[in-house]
Ligand binder design. Structure first.
Ligand SMILES: Cc1ncc(COP(=O)(O)O)c(C=O)c1O
Ligand SMILES: N[C@@H](CCCC[NH3+])C(=O)O
Length: 414
């Protein structure tokens, strides 16, 4: 079931005609579907029904308050990587006691903020971070719940920029060091060991790398038990891929079943940190064709969205489908769909067969994750609006930035 569908040759988002929203809000804008977010979240939650678990949505994928609030209302937990993300979760009505804190460089202030908020667990990524957290917790008279992120050195088979579970990547602690770090943690009064954590990369479209990682984590958990260190939860991270075009990623049911089979009768609580799997296909980016132009044999569609609004194509050569809001009949032309930014790498899609005219509006699909979240003001372009549909209602969930906001906080010399 896709909540973005054509009806009478017009693209709809749930019960809303997207072109009418483009008239109302102007382009470009991100458009999210509440029903899709809820369906994807439930797909994960139902997949592990009956086994103790916590779904911690990875806030980095899309941190709009309305998005977080939809999940908070479902009872979701959250995976954060900064004090800013923690503040957003709390502002959106999320429960800090269901927050896990990942990331290789947590500052003292961020640690304090998270301890004050009473988060569920810190996912530690180095021995040095363990020492720092212990100090901070002791200075506050608290004990910090911790899990150690292990880097299992498995090849996730994904784009090199988004693979995180190889020992050459900066994330986590190698298997060899992990035992030592756990033993050190056990000696410290400011931390309490709760779990083992890993996250091997993003946009994984096959199950075996997850299972390879799990095998290694379970071996470690057994070794820890042998040393008298009890592990309460296993955080398997995020990373489940989505269908951008011709991928065929496993459904959360298949993924969870494979993990649960391997877990056998172990009583470990399972934590999942899905980001993309919940948000990518819950959002589109709506943009307008400004000009069509031709340089030699090459055809370009210059649109009003650019790499500062949606970075994934430029950064990872990522392919995202581009479809017209109102398809025209006729022979398509092959266009590079490009933005107005002064960079050759500013493109949204290359070699796309489209039958379009200037003024037509397009939807870039699968843009709900790592879309707005990675946007910048490059070329002094105000960030675009964000809208959420809920059945037949539409809500502006972030106003388009104004020109004045571009230099907010800046000052010229006296
Ligand atoms: C620690 C951690 N957890 C969860 C995620 C979410 O990943 P994804 O959006 O691929 O589910 C990421 C990003 O890759 C991450 O670094
Ligand atoms: N931002 C990346 C994913 C990185 C995941 C963050 N750990 C993307 O758009 O695909």
């Amino acid at each position: 079931m896709d909540f973005f569908q054509y009806r009478q040759n017009q693209l709809f988002a749930e019960e809303c005609q997207v072109e009418a929203l483009a008239q109302k809000y102007g382009t470009p804008f991100y458009l999210y579907s509440r029903a899709t977010i809820e369906r994807h979240w439930h797909a994960f939650n139902n997949a592990v029904e009956g086994h103790p678990h916590l779904i911690c949505y990875a806030v980095k994928a899309n941190s709009n308050l309305a998005v977080l609030n939809v999940m908070a209302k479902l009872g979701s937990g959250f995976d954060i990587v900064s004090g800013g993300e923690l503040a957003r979760v709390i502002a959106a009505g999320g429960d800090p006691s269901k927050v896990v804190f990942s990331g290789v460089g947590k500052t003292r202030d961020e640690m304090k903020q998270a301890l004050e908020a009473g988060i569920y667990c810190f996912n530690l990524e180095s021995g040095a971070e363990l020492e720092r957290l212990n100090e901070v917790a002791l200075s506050m008279g608290k004990v910090a719940p911790v899990s150690i992120r292990v880097n299992p050195d498995v090849d996730a088979g994904t784009h090199p920029y988004i693979s995180t579970g190889l020992s050459e990547n900066k994330f986590g602690i190698t298997m060899e060091q992990a035992l030592e770090v756990f033993q050190r943690a056990q000696q410290l009064d400011g931390v309490a060991i709760k779990g083992v954590d890993c996250h091997i990369g993003s946009q994984l479209t096959e199950i075996p790398p997850f299972l390879d990682a799990l095998d290694r984590l379970l071996t470690l958990i057994d070794e820890l038990e042998g040393l008298g260190i009890r592990i309460h939860h296993l955080d398997v991270g995020g990373g489940l891929g989505v269908n951008y075009g011709d991928e065929n990623p496993p459904h959360p049911d298949q993924y969870a079943r494979a993990l649960l089979d391997k877990l056998g009768d172990r009583k470990l609580t399972l934590i999942f940190e899905p980001g993309r799997a919940i948000m990518a296909n819950a959002g589109i980016l709506v943009t307008q064709v400004e000009f069509l132009k031709q340089n030699g044999d090459k055809h370009f569609a210059v649109v009003d969205a650019a790499m500062n609004d949606l970075l994934r194509p430029s950064l990872y050569s990522a392919w995202q489908n581009i479809i017209p809001l109102r398809p025209r009949k006729g022979e398509p032309t092959h266009y590079d769909v490009v933005g107005p930014i002064c960079e050759t790498g500013d493109f949204i899609g290359k070699d796309r067969a489209l039958c379009i005219e200037a003024g037509d509006k397009l939807a870039v699909r699968s843009a709900g994750a790592y879309g707005f979240a990675m946007a910048s003001n490059y070329n002094s372009r105000p960030k675009v609006a964000e809208v959420m549909v809920d059945g037949e209602k539409d809500h502006l969930v972030r106003a388009r930035e104004t020109i004045e906001q571009l230099w907010q906080g800046e000052q010229v010399l006296p």
